[in-house]
Structures are given as C-alpha cells and as structure tokens.
Design a protein around this ligand. Structure first.
Ligand code: T4K
Length: 395
C-alpha cells in the first residue's frame, strides 16, 4: 500500500466539454494483460469451485490488504448475508440508515430486525455515542459501515461490543485498502465485508469478500459459500452458492497490479476538486483525517443552505449539463417501505442522517476522469451558484 506511484495519465477528456460524465466508470486493465489468464482458463477448463486463480487472489489480496484471511465471494451482498449466518446472528442488529440498501437487506434476509442509529455528522458513520441507548436484550451485533471509505471509530465501537458481548460485522464495501495508524481497518471487529462491484475502487466486474481473523472461521465461511459442502458426501450447514468464478478472480489478479496508479490518480482528482471548490460559499467538503490512509472512493460535497441553489436543484442542473453526480445516500435506508415503520426509522431520531441525505452530492470520481472534466464539473457548480433561478426538484 505504500508505493502509490506511477499515476495513470488522465485519459478520455471530454474535449468538446459536452460529453456526459458519469459518477463513476470502472477501471479496466489493458485487455492484452488479461488475455493470457483467459487462455489458461480455456486450457484448464477450471471455471469455478475454488480454482487456482481463486486461491491465488485470496493469497495476494491478504498480503496486499494486510489481513490474515480473505474469503472471496460473488458479490458483497451475498457476503454480508453469509457473514451474519457464519456468526449465527439473530434478533436485533444496530446499523446505520446512511448506506446502500444492501447493508440492511442482508439483515432482513436473515430474519434479523435492523435497529437504525444516527450518524456522526462529521464522518457520515454510525455515531458510537448513540449506540448504547439502542441496545436491548435482543441485540446480538453491530453492523457499521465505513461510509465513503472513511474509517469508523472502531475503538469506541469495539469497547461497546465488548461491554455488551456483541459481535461487530463491518460493511467495508467502500473501504478497500483503507488504513488507520498503519493498520488495515478491515481487521477491526469480527468480520469485514468488501465489495468488488464495477463501481468500486477495486473491481472484478462483480465480486466481494469476507475478511476474517482465524483459519477456523475461514474454513466455516468457505463451507457456507459452497452449499455447506465439506466433501462429496458431507454437508455441514445450509450453505449458499456465493463462490467467485475463475474469470472474476483472474481479473482481480490483473487489477491488483494497477492499484498504485489507480489510487494515485484518485488522490489527484480529490486534490483538484478541493482546490477548485474550497472557496465556494455554501459548498462544504468533508475532510479526510490526516492519520488515515484513505482510498478516495467517493467525492461527497454538502450543499448547505448558504448555497444559492438547493441540493436537488444543483443535482438537476448538473444533470442537465450532462454531469451525473449521485445523491448517495438518498433516500435513507430507513425511508424505504420495508423499513419505514420500524420504531428506529423515525426521522426525529435520525436528524444527522436525514440532513446528510438531503445535502450530499457525490461528484464524479474515477481514474479515467481528466483534469478537463474536473474543471468542467467545478465550473458548472460555480455557474450554478451565480444563477439563482427556480429549478423544479428532481424526482
Ligand atoms: N454495502 C455498501 C455500503 C455498498 O455501497 C454496496 C454497493 C453494497 C454493500 C453491496 O455491494 P455489491 O453486492 O454490489 O458488491 C451502485 C452499485 O451497484 C453498488 O454496488 C454500490 N454499493 C452502490 C453504492 O452503487 P448504482 O445504482 O449507483 O449503480 P449504477 O448502475 O447506477 O452505476 C453508477 C454509474 O457507474 C453509472 O452511471 C455508470 C457507471 N457504470 C456502472 C456500471 C455498473 C459503468 O460505467 N459501468 C458499469 O458496469 O449502484
């Protein structure tokens, strides 16, 4: 993780300044680097069920991330569902409403009741100071999210978990490669779950992983993701099919080689946005903590009341100009029909999450974004701030 050198050259600039810019675009390695891996798969006809590329990627990722064990999965959602099964979590789990729906859906798929707790407005992460009040006799675990790749207060969360004998499962879908004080945040808690979806910092088209701390747990999870099979005649659990294929694993091996330049370009993009937008009144840019090694996976801005346009008006204006920011995470999970009647979903108990979901736009952030693209996004925001007009709210 230390050598973040040889930055990608900014590519695909929208020369005419009018081509659409999406919130993200997957990084792909040169196709010729991937072809020899495909030839090997074609030769061996080993396509899945823990083949050689699957094993190699688990080993290389563990080394790269600085974690003891990696269990590869078909995607992070199945990994989250399986992680809860692996630890036999039941009853109620404390979690954040400010995330992608998959976080809470994984609880519902296990018949577990999510209990939403508000976020810290400075970090977008579960506020540890509010967790204790939400613990009941039914609580068995905490599921925090390292939102936008910013580490949670893992020490405070662990202290509460230890005190009440709760498990901690981190939804670390955004936190590939993130470190706090030289340590991977993926080693915090009992299990951490990564996403390798096309839109993530490290992608295998679709993919994910569970990070665990001991071999026994890894073996248990490996059985669970393979129908509970131990061998041809032994099934030890009602497992699922969560295995990553050889195609995805091989792609992961190639992608891993490009991570230093991918991360370096993301850092440059983050810095350029900051330098262009920092003086705009009413646009607030969350700081990354200096002691953390972050991955620049998202570039959230908060559109405050002092900005001449509302968040939704700015979002719509950008969209009109072909710039697709995204309102991650609006609506809140707690506002979706399957959650909104829960007592913990009451807006009055989630003021900071509501405020963030009404203020944040994530601006385009991906290694292929050119400097020209970034200037165009910033100029649009600048112009929008100078043009006060009634724009209908976006759906
Ligand atoms: N936990 C958290 C905290 C998560 O954020 C997520 C996923 C999960 C769990 C579950 O992980 P997985 O089971 O997916 O591994 C996206 C992703 O689908 C989702 O993975 C991600 N979080 C979520 C935050 O964002 P959308 O609805 O924004 O995706 P979509 O299709 O609108 O894509 C956004 C932009 O990216 C497009 O405008 C264009 C570009 N794009 C997208 C894809 C899929 C491409 O250029 N190529 C592509 O193949 O959900």
């Amino acid at each position: 993780m230390s050598s973040r050198s040889s930055a990608l050259q900014p590519v695909s600039p929208s020369q005419a300044g009018t081509s659409p810019i999406t919130v993200t675009q997957p990084h792909l390695p040169p196709l010729e680097e991937f072809l020899p891996y495909l030839e090997q798969i074609w030769d061996s006809r080993i396509l899945t069920n823990g083949g050689p590329f699957h094993r190699q990627l688990e080993t290389e990722l563990a080394r790269y991330l600085g974690v003891p064990y990696v269990c590869l999965f078909t995607n992070a959602t199945v990994a989250l569902v399986t992680a809860l099964q692996a630890l036999r979590i039941s009853g109620e789990v404390i979690t954040t409403p400010y995330s992608f729906v998959a976080t809470a859906h994984s609880l519902l798929w296990n018949g577990i009741q999510p209990v939403f707790v508000d976020i810290d407005p400075n970090t977008f992460n579960l506020d540890p100071a509010k967790i204790e009040a939400a613990i009941t006799t039914e609580t068995t675990a905490i599921m925090p999210v390292h939102c936008y790749g910013r580490p949670c207060d893992t020490e405070a969360i662990q202290a509460i978990a230890d005190n009440y004998n709760l498990k901690v499962i981190y939804d670390a879908a955004h936190a590939f490669g993130v470190q706090r004080q030289g340590q991977s945040v993926l080693n915090a808690g009992d299990l951490s779950i990564l996403s390798f979806h096309a839109t993530k910092v490290f992608n295998t088209f679709e993919g994910g992983a569970i990070i665990c701390q001991d071999l026994r747990t890894k073996q248990h999870i490996d059985h669970l993701k393979n129908f509970g099979y131990v061998n041809e005649v032994t099934v030890v659990a009602a497992g699922i099919n969560g295995k990553m294929s050889e195609f995805n694993a091989a792609l992961g091996l190639v992608q891993l080689k490009h991570m230093p330049s991918v991360l370096e370009r993301r850092a440059q993009i983050d810095a350029l946005y900051r330098s262009r937008l920092c003086k705009l009144k009413g646009i607030e840019i969350p700081e990354w903590p200096a002691q953390d090694l972050v991955n620049w996976s998202y570039f959230p801005i908060r559109v405050k009341p002092e900005f001449p346009l509302s968040r939704d008006a700015l979002y719509a204006e950008l969209k009109n100009q072909g710039i697709a920011g995204r309102r991650y995470f609006y609506p809140l999970i707690s506002e979706f029909p399957m959650y909104r009647n829960l007592p913990s979903a009451l807006p009055s108990v989630l003021p900071h999450a509501i405020e963030a979901s009404r203020e944040v736009i994530c601006l385009p952030q991906y290694p292929g974004l050119s400097d020209a693209d970034i200037h165009r996004v910033c100029e649009m925001i600048q112009q929008a701030s100078e043009t006060i007009q009634a724009i209908p709210l976006a759906a």
